[in-house]
Ligand binder design. Structure first.
Ligand code: MG
Length: 308
């Protein structure tokens, strides 16, 4: 009997994960308008920004202004990334609903990304989790390089499991497993989830796929077979791959929603409104986004010569 869920939570990470990889600095009011458009699509979770030090990611230095400026829809959770206690304090004062912490499975990526060893990272995250829990906020953790590392290559399942165990022991509510370099294949996803999922409470594992090599939707299908019901995605596939100039990064929300709805799996997302929100951000960024849905829209509506 298939365990494929009937309803999927799509977590939109475009305003954070997508924009942080964009060179063009988007004006704050455009970010606010875009998040407001996303809020009208039926998405129930939007990661709107990151409270990292402004010098780290200049694109997201207006985190406070964005959080203050958006219209908050009932039924939508507005989340933000926080690297440490200081970031958490800023997120809390900005009235963020949920926070996300992050680290990597591979030592080399963890050091490059957050300038700490894996062992040095745990206490920093524990502080964030403890304080967030006191404030009755849910905490999600992103785990990067789960399926492969840009520096050390292969990543062992045992290492993934060891860090997942530590993070849940810390008190996180949800763990998002990241295919940071878009190297995962459906068989690898199947093998990892078969070992990993029985260890944790149902519904606490999410997947964060990248489409760098065109395998993201196949990997989603593989995870669906295990009953995974939460997937991260970025509208239009916004946000290139930080390790390969010009390559695509995040799984596109519009491609994910299209596939799921075609299969009769409910996402709660209105596809026409999603395309409107995508068209808005494309106009502001001055480019067509890499999702199949956006390319199709552009080809059929733009009077271009692709479709004859
Ligand atoms: Mg990503």
């Amino acid at each position: 009997m298939s365990v494929v869920p009937k309803k999927i939570n799509v977590k939109e990470v475009g305003p954070r994960d997508g924009l942080q990889n964009e060179k063009l600095l988007l004006p704050t009011e455009d970010k606010i308008s875009w998040i407001n458009a996303l809020s009208r699509t039926g998405l129930s979770y939007i990661e709107i920004t990151s409270f990292v030090h402004p010098d780290w990611i200049p694109q997201l230095k207006d985190a406070q202004e964005v959080a203050d400026g958006i219209n908050r829809h009932p039924g939508v959770t507005y989340a933000a990334l926080v690297p440490n206690q200081r970031g958490l304090e800023r997120a809390l004062s900005a009235g963020i609903d949920e926070v996300s912490v992050f680290m990597s499975v591979s030592e080399s990526h963890n050091r490059k990304n957050i300038n700490k060893s894996i062992e040095e990272t745990f206490p920093v995250l524990q502080d964030v989790v403890d304080t967030a829990k006191c404030e009755r906020k849910k905490v999600r953790a992103y785990l990067s390089t789960v399926f492969g590392c840009p520096y050390q290559g292969r990543v062992e399942i045992q290492d993934v499991m060891r860090i997942c165990d530590r993070l849940f022991t810390m008190g996180i509510d949800e763990l998002s497993l990241g295919d940071t370099i878009g190297i995962a294949n459906p068989k690898q996803v199947d093998e990892l989830l078969a070992k990993l999922l029985p260890r944790f409470r149902e519904g606490t594992i999410a997947l964060h796929f990248h489409n760098t090599r065109g395998m993201a939707l196949a990997n989603v299908w593989s995870a669906l077979q295990h009953g995974v019901a939460t997937f991260d995605a970025s509208l239009g596939g916004l946000g290139g791959c930080p390790y390969a100039k010009g390559a695509s990064g995040n799984l596109a929300t519009d491609d994910l929603v299209f596939m799921l709805e075609q299969m009769g799996i409910n996402t709660g997302v209105d596809e026409a409104r999603l395309q409107n929100a995508a068209a808005f951000i494309e106009k502001r960024l001055g480019k067509t986004l890499p999702s199949q849905q956006r390319r199709l829209q552009t080809a059929t509506q733009g009077g271009d010569s692709f479709v004859r």
